[in-house]
Write a protein that binds this ligand. Sequence first.
Ligand code: CUA
Length: 156
Amino acid sequence: MHIHRLEKIWLIFGISMLGLFLTVVGVGAFALGMEPPGDHRHTVDPEKLSTTAPFDKPGLKQIGDQEYEANLVAFAFGYSPDQMEIPLGAKVHFQITSQDVVHGFQVNGTNINMMVVPGEVNRLTYTFTKPGEYLVLCNEYCGAAHEVMMMKIVVK
Ligand code: CUA
């Protein structure tokens, strides 16, 4: 009877520890769910893009000598801006997000190929070394007019 009683105590202790462990894990997961780890500048409210920098004024912005930020918003069915002029040989930091559904951003003739997800800012740095007109296409099916969703980049 004595041993049985000890086992019972250990069993209760074990269950308590398990409960405590699950609570800690649960609270931890909840906290992470409320506030995802990482750089918060990578997330953006897709419904507030018109008042959220830099997407309130999409376009090319010079940030240094031969260095630019290309801020773009994808939407069904186009991009803002719908045309962008980029100086030849400049380092361009693309920052793109979607205001509605998942789109693509593929620049023909380059290896630029991004998925554009609402709520996220996708980044990529690229230097155009050849002048010309580059067609940008959406390569993620996004609805009825997906096929005609495009913009143009002019490098000179
Ligand atoms: Cu946007 Cu397909």
